[in-house]
Design a protein. Sequence first.
Length: 137
Amino acid sequence: MTLEEWSGQYRVKMTRGKSGTENLVRGRFGEIADDYGDGLLRLRLLAVPRDRDNMTKALNIRKRQAVEGKLKPLHVTEHVAESVWGFDPNDDRQSKLAIQLVHPKRRRVVVMTDERRAALTATLAAARMKRAERWAA
């Protein structure tokens, strides 16, 4: 499963990579990146923004939760708070844990009923009429 399919399934915002960079799901405590051919998505627990130095405790707590959640350690050292973990995108439990650890923004889902669509159309038409009157004057 690709990161794009995974982000659609779990309704998280994904940033598309431009000019050769990778697709990312950015969050308050790091990012989730695409796999490198082994079928695992990368969970990077990072200080965001990168120069922030008072996140050590939060990142260490999340590192411990990743160990308890049985995520695969890819680049984890004992005395460094930042770490990289791998998780199976098809495993629902690991995916939900990764979302909880990174804390990304969620995509909104708006269910548009016929009444709501009619009300929004009427509001938009009124705004356009008012704007056209202002420009005509």
